[in-house]
Write a protein that binds this ligand. Structure first.
Ligand code: PLP
Length: 228
């Protein structure tokens, strides 16, 4: 982010940080979601801090952007029935906000549990030659919204785990430049080889606060025996 912000500064452009998968993470002593000029996050139920339905928030230290966002979420209006700009109906309702306030107080503890489970996976899987583990940047923490591994035998491994009743997910199977929705950009397969390689080798293992150690041990044993 430091490098991105420097480039943005040089060219006079704004940075919008996406904090949807890193709620509570810290980088160089500073929380994620506070680096961009405007920062977006998601309270989709599966997120580290999830609502009981869809929701999201922006964070910013810039009073102008905060005022703009408040208007946009409320039909472009700051005075009832007077619409200054074209806006949306995108308010977070109070019931979701109340639930999220309670959950926010627990976020750091839940993240610690995710980090503990991730460390157990790291210990158990680091010796498997065909598995690459997440690398966390120096002076940064991960809150492991997901625990993706990379392996050349991804589809086979996923099937083997599924046979043992262990669900995994692929985040994400199609990189943005190859999505049908972006056809009009004319991107072709091969133009973003790293994203494409990740899309064909990533597999997210189960990780959530509440996953029991013996359940995680069984997942790791199943993976280890698959590679034997
Ligand atoms: C990194 C990231 N950004 C943005 C989003 C979009 O969030 P929402 O569906 O709440 O708009 C997601 C949701 O999965 C996400 O993981």
């Amino acid at each position: 982010m430091e490098a991105i912000l420097q480039i943005a500064d040089q060219y006079g452009v704004y940075v919008i940080e996406d904090n949807a998968q890193s709620q509570g993470a810290v980088c160089h002593g500073r929380r994620t979601g506070s680096w961009g000029h405007v920062n977006a996050t998601s309270f989709y139920p599966g997120k580290n801090i999830g609502a009981l339905g869809d929701g999201g928030a922006l964070t910013t230290n810039d009073a102008n952007w905060a005022n703009q966002a408040r208007k946009w979420r409320n039909y472009g209006s700051s005075v009832k029935y007077y619409n200054e700009v074209k806006g949306y109906n995108s308010r977070l309702d109070e019931l979701q906000a109340a639930l999220l306030s309670v959950k926010l107080a627990r976020l750091d503890n839940w993240n610690k549990e995710r980090q503990r489970l991730a460390a157990r996976y790291n210990d158990g899987l680091s010796s498997v030659a065909d598995i690459q583990l997440i690398q966390v940047a120096d002076h940064c923490s991960s809150v492991y919204h997901l625990y993706p591994i990379r392996t050349s035998r991804r589809d086979e491994l996923q099937q083997a785990l599924q046979k043992s009743g262990i669900g995994t997910l692929i985040h994400y199977p199609v990189p943005p430049h190859l999505q049908a929705a972006y056809n009009d950009f004319g991107w072709k397969s091969g133009q973003f080889p790293i994203a494409e390689r990740h899309a064909s080798t990533l597999l997210s293992l189960p990780l959530f606060p509440g996953l029991k150690d013996d359940e995680q041990d069984r997942i790791m044993e199943t993976i280890q025996s698959f590679y034997k």
